[in-house]
Design a protein around this ligand. Structure first.
Ligand SMILES: C[S@@+](CC[C@H](N)C(=O)[O-])C[C@H]1O[C@@H](n2cnc3c(N)ncnc32)[C@H](O)[C@@H]1O
Length: 391
């Protein structure tokens, strides 16, 4: 990850830039140690840099909650910062390589883009956990009339495929670097013709982390149009049996199984399993029913009517565990002259938690850098957060 190590400097000098440079949004000091946060608005992205102070050097790096996928953007932001603040750089990895291809900007989608998606094709297919992207790229080139939405939780894989999309000039792929289970909840009903899940991680010891589960199949059937297909390929006997059990428990479902069937393009994983002569199972589930539209009018604003002062007590809140969700107040950062606070929190469902900052000023609170994903669980956690704060 891009970072710079600089000679210790007077971080109070940042305050001056907050007043005159709109790219500098806030500076907040940890209540736990000497760390600081610096909020930037740069090239269309709101994100946070952490300043970690050590005696001999300060380390400046993006935080994991808000960092943009495009590492070159982070490098440019760090370069801007060191230049603007006149910092003495002791070590950095922000040099640009002219040979490195850039990421396909138009293909790089955020979870927020799915609140009111403007799909660029009528036909849509989804690939969950595309890894190296071999299957996704092949399908997109073969079917230019279809929009392929690739969802991958592993950031370097998403970055690699975005580079390939730019290099090969492909215009019918969207890449989302997120948990596929959450993204499916955001997709409109009956919108999709195919969902591919090839060689998901079996997670035999941590089954709650499996992509396929009851709510995944429920959401897939809602998102697929009638006759649309969900295709699972796996080399794992245990996962195969688990998937059959999960699918069988779902009412009004039709599926069939093939063993060692060929497909047009094999992935790296598939090549490996074939070389080891492992059996490969393909389970195809066909959607039989039209689904109702999904209304997602969850409101993540806090109740301004209460108009009560939010005090530093918010920094003393810790953890609350409910049946379907949890809320964990992690760390509190305070702005100069107590103009406001940033509280880092994680919350939501146990297997797909959200991480955000609460941006707190005297009479207003909002999520930073943006609202949580519009799921029911997040909304219930949000209501509880409001109650904790306002009582
Ligand atoms: C074993 S690899 C298979 C990759 C590819 N489909 C193939 O056949 O080569 C599983 C992939 O799923 C991704 N993954 C795991 N859980 C995910 C989730 N909840 N949402 C999106 N991607 C996920 C992993 O990062 C990994 O790239």
């Amino acid at each position: 990850m891009p970072h710079v190590k600089v000679k210790p400097f007077d971080t109070d000098t940042i305050e001056m830039h907050l007043e005159k440079d709109e790219r500098f949004v806030f500076r907040a000091l940890s209540q736990k140690n000497s760390d600081e946060l610096l909020g930037l608005y740069y090239e269309g992205n709101a994100f946070v840099l952490q300043i970690k102070k050590r005696e001999d050097a300060y380390l400046i790096k993006p935080d994991s909650i808000s960092r943009p996928l495009d590492v070159n953007k982070i490098k440019r932001a760090l370069a801007l910062l060191t230049e603007t603040l006149n910092l003495v750089v002791l070590h950095s990895n922000i040099a640009f390589s002219v040979n490195k291809p850039s990421l396909a900007e138009n293909a790089n989608k955020k979870i927020k883009d799915f609140e009111a998606p403007q799909f660029t094709r009528e036909e849509i297919a989804i690939e969950v956990g595309f890894g190296s992207g071999r299957h996704l790229l092949h399908q997109a080139k073969k079917n230019p009339e279809v929009l392929f939405i690739g969802i991958e939780i592993h950031t370097p894989s998403a970055q690699q495929v975005l580079k390939q999309i730019a290099l090969q000039g492909i215009d019918n792929i969207w890449i989302v670097n997120y948990d596929a289970r959450l993204l499916l909840e955001m997709m409109p009903s009956n919108s999709c013709n195919d969902i591919y899940v090839h060689f998901p991680v079996p997670w035999d010891k941590k089954p709650h982390r499996r992509v396929i589960g009851t709510s995944f199949i429920q959401e897939s059937m809602r998102v697929l149009s009638v006759d649309g297909r969900l295709e699972l390929r796996t080399d794992s006997d245990q996962y195969y049996r688990y998937a059959l059990e999960t699918f069988s428990a779902y009412p009004k479902i039709h599926f069939h199984v093939e063993k060692n069937s060929d497909i047009a393009v094999t992935s790296k994983y598939e090549d490996r399993w074939r070389a080891q002569e492992k059996d490969i199972y393909t389970v195809t589930v066909v959607c039989m029913e039209h689904s109702e539209g999904k209304v997602m009018d969850y409101d993540f604003t806090f109740d301004r009517q209460k108009n009560r002062e939010v005090t530093a007590e918010i920094c003393t809140l810790k953890t609350a565990v409910h049946e379907h969700f949890f809320i964990h107040f992690e760390e509190c950062f305070v702005m100069k002259e107590k103009k406001g606070m940033l509280v880092r929190i994680s919350f939501g469902s146990f297997d797909r938690p959200e991480q955000k900052y609460l941006f707190v000023t005297q009479h207003d609170i909002s999520y930073y850098p943006q609202n949580p994903v519009k799921t029911e669980t997040n909304y219930r956690a949000h209501q509880q957060i409001g109650e904790f704060i306002y009582g």
